[in-house]
Write a protein that binds this ligand. Structure first.
Ligand code: SF4
Ligand code: SF4
Length: 379
């Protein structure tokens, strides 16, 4: 395996024609990005039943499956654990996913986001036995889980099912590596102990690692003016021996070109770079108001339908750029047009689903205080 083969195209944040409509994938731009990606010798696409509200799989069919020979690319898809209510659902979802993608086997098939409540769903629906059979029947070449939780739950899952898995897709990046609320390092070590390949998601923590204050951006620039922050962060992940795939979600052509350059001229992270990133991880953690990766799992769980990650995004931006028009966006785009953050009832339902272990109701309260106290939207 070469470092180049580790570059996976994550299809959760594809280019859109309307920023407010996740189903509005810009198919022409995505097709062009796929052509460049394939032309340069990369071939791995990661999607799920839920991404872009089910249209990510369809966009991959149009851009990849209908335009390239089956053996020239690999596709990973994932079982929607949150929607499993019976054993029959396994078949139902797999058939739907195969149909949306227009393929008859998956190169990799994962049980999606194994957390406390969804692990129960998967056990009740006998999903782990089902995916094992998918591999035996050739419907999936490799099987495993995607995982955002801490090491104690991963140990429990791997002790019970690790033998049947080939891979685990982990949230891993230099910010989360030693973060006690994520435990990426411990999770990586557990996968290695169980003989699993590690695939990486969120190498930029949903953009948190690149959307920095000017001061922090300057520190990166001073350290190496020729390398983007994203390229350093990706090399941190891809330099790890047992990491076989690093997914990058790419919403525009610039992201793609930067990532292609990183992998085409891949350099293993040096000790000096590793130490620099360890130091920057501490500074970033201090600087960040809320470590939300904008994965969106909490939004589906919230009975009030509060656009939680959008509030946290504005909150983080306003801390880094206090002079921006972010206050206006808060009132015009969120509190007025969508559901106000103050509608949180503190029911706590979202807490089980947060991949970053954020105390969402407490942070929403801070968001309200920050934006609403002493500020007039009409001032
Ligand atoms: S605690 Fe607030 S944000 Fe969380 S699910 Fe309940 S209402 Fe929604
Ligand atoms: S609050 Fe948590 S679950 Fe919700 S989008 Fe952010 S990281 Fe994901």
């Amino acid at each position: 395996m070469t470092y180049k083969s580790k570059f996976g195209f994550g299809c959760m944040r594809l280019p859109q024609t309307d920023a407010n409509d996740p189903t509005s994938i810009d198919q022409n731009l995505f097709n062009r990005m796929v052509d460049i990606y394939m032309e340069k010798g990369f071939n791995y696409f990661d999607t799920s039943y839920a991404y872009h509200q089910g249209t990510s799989e369809i966009a991959i069919r149009k851009a990849v499956v209908e335009r390239y020979p089956r053996e020239s690319y690999k596709i990973c898809d994932k079982m929607p654990t949150w929607a499993l209510t019976s054993e029959e659902d396994n078949d139902k979802f797999v058939n739907e996913m195969l149909e949306r993608l227009g393929i008859d086997y998956f190169d990799v098939f994962l049980v999606h986001n194994v957390n406390g409540p969804w692990l129960k769903n998967a056990k009740n629906a006998n999903t782990f036995e089902y995916v094992k059979k998918m591999k035996e029947n050739g419907i999936a070449r490799k099987i495993g889980i995607s995982f955002h939780e801490k090491a104690d739950l991963l140990k429990e899952v791997l002790d019970e099912y690790g033998e049947i898995f080939d891979v685990a897709l982990l949230e891993l990046n230099f910010l989360d590596w030693e973060d006690p609320s994520i435990e990426a390092h411990k999770c990586y070590d557990l996968c290695v102990e169980h003989g699993l390949d590690v695939y990486v998601m969120e190498p930029l923590k949903g953009g948190v690692i690149v959307n920095l204050s000017d001061d922090l951006k300057n520190e990166f620039k001073e350290f190496n003016p020729d390398k983007s922050i994203a390229s350093l962060a990706i090399r941190f992940c891809a330099s790890l021996e047992h990491v076989k795939i690093v997914l990058s979600g790419m919403s525009n052509m610039d992201n793609l070109i930067d990532n292609c350059n990183t992998y085409e001229n891949f350099e293993v992270l040096s000790t000096e770079e590793r130490e620099f990133l360890e130091n920057m991880a501490l500074k970033l953690a201090e600087n960040l108001a809320v470590p939300c990766s904008e994965c969106g799992y909490c939004v589906d769980a919230c009975p009030e339908m509060i656009p939680i990650p959008e509030y946290f995004n504005l909150y983080n931006t306003s801390k880094n750029q206090p002079e921006s028009n972010i206050y206006r966006l808060y009132f015009d785009k969120l509190a007025d047009e969508k559901v106000p953050a103050s509608e949180c009832t503190y029911c706590g339902t979202c807490l089980d689903y947060c991949t970053q272990k954020i105390d969402i109701p407490e942070e929403l309260e801070k968001v309200c205080e920050h934006f609403e106290e002493g500020f007039s939207p009409y001032g």
